[in-house]
Every structure is written in structure tokens, then in C-alpha cells.
Ligand binder design. Structure first.
Ligand code: GLN
Length: 199
């Protein structure tokens, strides 16, 4: 069984834990940087990215998360987590973790579309996926090594680059766990690769 940690400083933590546990895997809330050593994959959840980055600074998460990334452990940023994972933010704001070669526009869908649901066609899924968006960002710049997984109204709303996954929507808020399964598979693959190395 793998263990996935959900950064628990702010935002949609509980729902992620429930979805991971329902899929039969172990999930823990990560409140201290040392806990990164206990987990195989990390989720940076939705919430408010400016608050979250302040809290990450306050509790000393920045460098440990970067080390986790450099160790090739999978990271999944959902919504605010996608904002924090980006290499670049559109506008004046500075990017934070820089884990994926994308440029992200915060609250990209604007006020009229604060929250909405949309049927998305996601790469690798045979049937449409109903996605929940809440003051969601989108990626408006994509680097060469980034695989686009879903687009909504011509904006990139899910992508993957190596061991990093991002979604502008909240996969934890629907009964359909296929997007979370994608991350679980990434974590399982990374664990089995690490085991091979130590054999
Ligand atoms: N708009 C929020 C931000 O930029 C993200 C919203 C969310 O995570 N649901 O921080």
C-alpha cells in the first residue's frame, strides 16, 4: 500500500483524504515538513494560494517540497496547488514552487464563472469526466515537456510533466475518482521504480 500526504495548512484537505482512502490507499495530513519523509506522493490541495504560500513559508515547507520534487516523488497540485506548482504566473505575481513548465492565470475563468461544472474529455479516459471548478485557474502557457490532459474552452485545465500532475478543477469533490486514480498510479510507479533501485 502506498501513502499519500495532503498538505494540511489550508484548503480542501479532508475530501482528498477520503477519496484516497476510499480507493484503498493510505492518506495522511501533512502539517510539518518532516512528514514528507513518511509519504510516497504529495497533494497540494485547492484553497487560497496566497494564504497557502504564506503558511508554507511560515512552516518551512518551500525547500523540503523542492527536495521531494528533486527526489522524483510525485506531486499533485489541485486548483490553488496548480497555481503554486507553476513556473510562472500571468501578471505581476511571482511564481512559487516552480515544479512545472507552465504559466498559470489565477482566477482565469473570471467572476461570471466563479464556480461551475463541466464535462471534460480527459486524455486516457474513455468517457467524459464531470469536473468541479471553483475560482479556478488555467494554464495559458505550456512548455515543451508538458503533456496536456484536458482543455476547457481552449484553456488547459489539466496537465502532467514527468512526476508532477496539476488540475484546475477539484477531483476530490466528485464521486468519480478517475483523476485521483491517475495520481495514485503515478505514485505506485514511482514506488516500484525506487524499490528496483534498492534491490
Ligand atoms: N483562486 C484561488 C487561488 O488562486 C484558487 C481557488 C481554489 O483552489 N479553489 O488561490
Amino acid at each position: 500500500m502506498i501513502t499519500i500526504g495532503v498538505l494540511g495548512l489550508q484548503g480542501a484537505v479532508e475530501e482528498h483524504l477520503n477519496q484516497i482512502k476510499a480507493a484503498g490507499e493510505q492518506a495522511i495530513i501533512v502539517k510539518k515538513p518532516e512528514q514528507l519523509q513518511e509519504i510516497d506522493g504529495l497533494i497540494i490541495p485547492g484553497g487560497e494560494s496566497t494564504t497557502m504560500r504564506k503558511l508554507m513559508d511560515r512552516y518551512g515547507f518551500m525547500e523540503p517540497v523542492k527536495t521531494f520534487f528533486e527526489d522524483k516523488k510525485p506531486i499533485f497540485g489541485t486548483c490553488a496547488g496548480m497555481v503554486l506548482a507553476a513556473n510562472e504566473l500571468t501578471g505581476d505575481e511571482k511564481a512559487y514552487l516552480g515544479l512545472m513548465d507552465i504559466s498559470v492565470k489565477r482566477n482565469g475563468f473570471g467572476r461570471q464563472k466563479d464556480s461551475f461544472e463541466a464535462e471534460l474529455s480527459i486524455k486516457g479516459m474513455e468517457t467524459p469526466y464531470k469536473a468541479v471548478f471553483i475560482r479556478a485557474p488555467f494554464a495559458d502557457g505550456i512548455g515543451e515537456g508538458v503533456e496536456v490532459l484536458a482543455v476547457y474552452e481552449e484553456n488547459v485545465v489539466a496537465a502532467r510533466q514527468d512526476h508532477v500532475l496539476v488540475s484546475a478543477f477539484h477531483p476530490e469533490l466528485t464521486g468519480d475518482d478517475r483523476f485521483m486514480q491517475l495520481f495514485i498510479e503515478m505514485v505506485k510507479t514511482s514506488v516500484s521504480k525506487a524499490e528496483l533501485k534498492t534491490c
